[in-house]
Design a protein around this ligand. Sequence first.
Ligand code: ZN
Length: 658
Amino acid sequence: MKSQWNESEAEGFKKSSLELRAYTSRLLGKDSNLVLHGGGNTSLKEKIINIFGEEEEILYVKGSGYDLKVIPPEGFSPARLETLNKLAKLPKLSDTDMVRELKAALIDPSAPTPSVEAILHAIIPFKYVDHTHADAVVTISNTENGEKRIKEIYGDNMLILPYCMPGFVLSKQVYEATLDLDWAKLDGIILLNHGVFTFDDDAKISYEKMITIVNKAESYLEKNGCFKSREDKDAQAIIEAEVVASYRKEVGLIIGQPIIAHLKTDSLSVGLSKRQDMQSIMSRGPVTPDHIIHTKRIPMFATGEVKKDIDLFSSDYQAYFERNKKPSLTCLDHAPRYAVWKNKGILIFGPNKKRVDVVSDITDHTIKCVQWAEALGGWKPLDEGNLFDVEYWELEQAKLKRGAGGSKLEGMVALVTGAASGIGKACALELLNEGACVVAIDINPDIEKMCSNSSYFGMVCDVTHTASIQKVILASIQKFGGLDILISNAGSFPKSSDLSRIDDESWTKAIEMNLTSHMRVLRESIPYLKHGFNPSVVIVASKNVPAPGPGASAYSSAKAGLTQMARVAALELAEHGIRVNVLHPNAVFDTGIWSEEVLNSRAKHYGTTVEGYKRSNLLKAEITSRDVAKAAVAFAGDLFMKTTGAQLPVDGGNERVI
Ligand code: ZN
């Protein structure tokens, strides 16, 4: 590990200690080997002049909910140091009292709640205090003889403390351990099974002390041959997509909401899943207790027998709760947060893509640390009782609640065809807006980069080729775990041609694109929709179905056929709870198929101007792609939960349809 301190970069932050504090905090936060997703915390002590003109010493400590990776100066909560130091001297302090007192100690009531480690930061008598959960250090302490090894590596100038519960208890432990200590002689503090503290009156030195400590641990691991690669470089992604979708469904049912499942088939994940001793080493516990709220104590072990695997995990979890429960605690859900799937990789579960990414990052580090420790004599994380206390600690559970999304379509996965423009694009954006994960496909390669949201997955696909459809569906199952909503929209509007002149080729092409391709996408989606949450299909047809126009025989016939296909699908799929509904948009001009040429030609057919043609409906309204997208998303949502086989016009009102 190298220091990331950059003198010229740091120069820009030297105008205030708080800016510099935020800068080195971000240096720590950017290295996932030091802290992950909200882990770790840092602080600054500084004198200020208060509103009465008096001098007061303030602890600026990381505010709850801030991530060191991106923390701004205002992410630090300013609390009166004197009050915090007084709290450290109390013999006891409950969590509720502590949180209240920390908030009451703030000099700005609108500041974020101080970190639960605020009191610990307060009692360390240096201007800058840095705390991380460095992989290398924690891993060494999580081995047989871990404490002995840590002592051997760091010598007498390191304060090494046995594990204890974070919060007030930990502050108290450090307070008592340092009463007769000369702080100036300490290089830092190592909390076994938890992490590292460094401190100094200089921001750079405090940060670099952390790097030095981590370096020593890394060299030790290196010297002991722990970094030998365990990857499976030949890892081939063999995706049993229906089994993945089934795991997703069953786990989601236990959690009580739709969830995302993501299958990791990278060389590290597959490498671990192929180890003979995988189940033994992965059933011992997490790297640090603060991972447990994201990952649970251990993963599920997947064999492909979905119900059996989940039942086993669930009964083990209940037994773990019974062994460790305290009065007043209610058991949390029994669902796994990730699974190691023998020989196949790692399956991650989460209520949304963001939470899946958090668990995915944590497992990457867990896999590494567990295997390093195995090479060092044996992985031995914190015992289950202590882990349980952190898992059921209300202050930890509160962190999850803060990040809860609760969007309408959270955890749902949608596939939208023809999504690079017009109605398809509007549907994709609307679904993302409602919290769904979206697989957007189109023949246009722009689809891949259309959106940077991590819940978005754009792929090139030719919907007239079954193999191309199968490929994207497989990739989307690997990425999001299943399929709940299909918006079958891809289409093309052929050049106007009377029946007396139409050629075979353009007729066939129009039928292929506007009818047969929808059948193909639906057929390939059905196996996954069957495992979906409130699954539904929305077919984008056309006003031309109830009210055809001359010159568009191929298009109108295809869309009429498509509507009929949707009606049959509604009949066939009802037994699986899959709803199929049809939209008949008309005169939506912000779509890919409405070129200037087509517009002119249609206007001519009706003997009107382009502008007149655009608003030629009863309400004289201009219909936009977004109007249609809103209707499509409504069809997929609660409002139409009891509706299937319906056809809804989105056309501003049309005499011929009415
Ligand atoms: Zn910590």
